[in-house]
Design a protein around this ligand. Structure first.
Ligand code: ATP
Length: 285
């Protein structure tokens, strides 16, 4: 049997890490939204005993057990106690290593897909728990709805936001950022934390001006300190009229938010020559 799952990229409207667990893992407090920039993941079960094959349109992805989609298939096969093979084909549209959660989105797509193919009827909570073994962003991607994410990534609380229609210009500079490297540079004593309850209130009330004030990403100063391109990109987006500008995840992707399509197009035209990839996208509410 073969099915197609859409794997949506995410943006962090907020990213905070209140503390480090003793085992070295971060405690998270994030608000994430899925956007309509997506990979298409085709999942097919086969008769080939326990064999998992991954292929992709992207030339830069690992196709072995390092691929997060491969790991997802392996975990689901063990959970379902199945001996089938699984073939995965990833039509890659989400920029890689960008802070957009592309690998996590693919892994979540495989988890959801195999849950359907094998009629496992596992709840989103159970699927999220399986996903957490792969990466902190996978549980969110299982839900793929606007949500607050806490704990090590496993506590996903979907929130009904009332945002007006928004256009987001998502731009990835031509630099590669290693998330573990950025996380190692956090100085917990100096971190300035955001006001998550205020952001949540603003999102639930659809108060865009307040959302723009309350958005935050504690990793942005860390990544931008290493890569000044991020500061330049932010300044350009602000100059061309963005309501808010922020880095997503550990970067390097920066996004500008606007409630006017014309302004988003102006920002898009202003930055497209300076970055490797840029898109105009919408939040999936
Ligand atoms: P995160 O912030 O969760 O680390 P990201 O959005 O910055 O992720 P990804 O596109 O998920 O970045 O890629 C991170 C790393 O994961 C890359 O080095 C890539 O080689 C590896 N990877 C493994 N599987 C995938 C996949 N299916 N899609 C994208 N990257 C993958």
């Amino acid at each position: 049997m073969e099915i197609l799952e859409r794997a949506y990229a995410k943006l962090n409207l907020s990213l905070d890490t209140p503390y480090l667990h003793q085992d070295g893992q971060q405690e998270w407090d994030m608000f994430m939204v899925p956007i309509d920039l997506a990979d298409s993941v085709t999942i097919r079960t086969t008769d080939e005993h326990q064999a998992i094959h991954v292929d992709s349109t992207s030339g830069v992805l690992p196709l072995n057990e390092k691929n997060l989609a491969y790991q997802a298939a392996n975990l689901m096969r063990q959970r379902a106690n199945r001996q089938d093979g699984v073939d995965i084909y990833i039509d890659k549209k989400i920029p890689v290593a960008a802070g957009l959660g592309g690998g996590s989105a693919d892994a979540a797509a495989v988890i959801r897909g195999l849950n359907r193919i094998w009629h496992l009827e596992l709840s989103e909570t159970e699927l999220a728990r399986i996903g957490l073994q792969i990466d902190a962003d996978v549980p969110f991607c299982v839900y793929s709805r606007p949500a607050r994410v806490t704990g090590r990534g496993e506590i996903v609380t979907p929130i009904q936001t009332k945002l007006p229609p928004l256009w987001l210009v998502v731009s990835k500079p031509a630099i590669s950022v290693s998330t573990p490297k950025i996380l190692r540079q956090i100085d917990y004593d100096k971190l300035e934390h955001g006001d998550m309850p205020a952001l949540m209130d603003a999102l639930e009330q659809g108060d865009l001006a307040e959302v723009c004030i309350q958005m935050f990403n504690v990793l942005e100063p860390v990544t931008a300190g290493r890569y000044p391109e991020i500061i330049k990109l932010r300044e350009k987006m602000q100059k061309f009229g963005a309501d808010a500008v922020q880095m997503s995840g550990s970067g390097p992707t920066v996004f500008a938010l606007s409630n006017k399509e014309s302004r988003a197009k102006r920002i898009y035209n202003a930055v497209r020559g300076f970055v490797q990839e840029t898109y105009i996208v919408h939040i999936i509410q």
